[in-house]
Design a protein. Sequence first.
Length: 275
Amino acid sequence: MTDRYAVIGNPIGFTKSPFIHGTFAKMTGQDLSYEAIEGPIGGFAARVDQFRAEGAKGLNITAPFKLDAFAYATELSESARRARAANCLKFEDDRVIAENFDGVGLVRDITVNLAVKMKGRRVLMLGAGGAARGALLPFLRQEPSELVLVNRTLSKAVALADEFAGRGPLIVSGYAELADLAEGYDVVVNATSASLRGETPPLPSNVFQGAELAYELAYGKGLTPFLHAARAAGAAKLADGVGMLVEQAAEAFVWWRGVRPSTAEVIAKLTVPLT
């Protein structure tokens, strides 16, 4: 019997997940189907109950349901607990196991696909929302020399850093104070929504000085204001989040199926040139 999986979100028409997982299944010879479900706002649990009753094996979760999925689960991984959100569920009888692969997918894209080391490097993370929360633990596990978390509302960054106290060299800053800290960073990651509004975070000009990588979590937007500023300042490599998208999907596929698919072909097909 073909195993069923899906992604749930609202809206869901934009999703690349059926293409990604369909390609993974063909690559690895896995007998599965994968669909997109537009979940009703306020009706996440009932829709997932229905999907499970139909014999489903797992589910990817995208906006706005990652908090709903976290609440729905019966078991949480450390990554899901730390992120306080789930982007993947596995169904085993009455068990609903939650994972969050966003951060590990981002780290794999940076360290494997882009061949940029994070160990012993200075890393700057812009934003203290859900995307940043999910990435902090995987980033700290890479053992950077320091990880600076900057946010418009400093108290939000401080509260987030308090949760990760003792896990690594995490420093918090507001944008105004960042100029005093900035001596150039090796890796600069934009985890804010500024690029979706066509805006650039208020960064000091020297942030990108000597940077090996400027990484934009948004994907498919071409050369965003953040990436444009990084290029103008001389950052050596630019990347958007398409690799993260594919790598977090690969992590889910491994978790569900026990086999790791190749990601390079899928990333290449989904990449929008940064022009």
